[in-house]
Design a protein around this ligand. Structure first.
Ligand code: URA
Length: 222
């Protein structure tokens, strides 16, 4: 299949923003503060992780301060990574040991993980403008995956930004847990975000999360 042509405004050419990306002033300022609080940590836009021939893309929200922002790998060191990586291993989209350390040797299989917003936002809440600005990198990520068949969006923000990056309209493709959409030949599956809040409150259980990956596995293998 040809690369999904993103409809996100194309300003970026690279799949990932530069480490010194200046596009969102509030996030740049927060990164600078984080450098003082967490010296030696990644403290920059977190690049996508995985394989360029991936048939499955996972889209998260944004790095956590002490997780992906610290380690430089999506979901790595974040509470949400425990369930995500365990599930990816269960569904054979990852192999090796996940240890919340980018040098753990864990590899993804046929899969890539990215975030709708690449820099850690204050209180885990990116603004609308930051989501729009960073969408160009979601666009270049989509265009860089020639074999892409399916996407799992974690949460409504990731869903809406992915729908727009694919050229769809969130009013026609409304977010719902375990809902399936198709845009431009790509299957999009939604999940509640695997955040600590959602799993601790029971909004998202492990079986509910696995239901979504059952759909994604079927779509990738079809
Ligand atoms: N860590 C990430 O990289 N993304 C999320 O959405 C949450 C935690």
């Amino acid at each position: 299949m040809a690369s999904p042509r993103s409809k996100a405004p194309v300003l970026a050419t690279a799949r990932d923003p530069a480490k010194t990306c200046p596009l969102c002033p509030r996030l740049v300022a927060f990164r600078r503060e984080a450098e003082l609080r967490l010296p030696g940590a990644h403290n920059g836009p977190v690049p996508s992780f995985g394989q360029s021939n991936a048939r499955l893309l996972i889209v998260g929200l944004a790095p956590g301060l002490n997780g992906a922002n610290r380690t430089g790998r999506p979901f790595t060191g974040d509470y949400a990574g425990d369930l995500l990586y365990a599930t990816l291993k269960k569904f054979k989209f990852a192999k090796g040991e996940y240890r919340a350390d980018p040098d753990d040797g864990l590899t993804l299989i046929d899969c890539m993980i990215t975030n709708a917003v690449r820099c850690v936002p204050p209180e885990n809440k990116p603004t609308g403008a930051e989501i729009v600005t960073c969408r160009q990198f979601l666009g270049t990520t989509l265009s860089s995956l020639p074999k892409l068949k399916a996407i799992v969006a974690l949460g409504r923000i990731a869903h809406d930004s992915t729908v727009r990056a694919l050229g769809g309209s969130p009013s026609k493709h409304v977010f719902g847990h375990a809902k399936a959409h198709e845009i431009g030949g790509i299957k999009l599956f939604d999940s509640y975000h695997c955040s600590r809040y959602n799993t601790n409150t029971g909004r998202l259980t492990t079986p509910m999360f696995e239901d979504v990956f059952t759909l994604a596995r079927k779509a990738v293998d079809s």
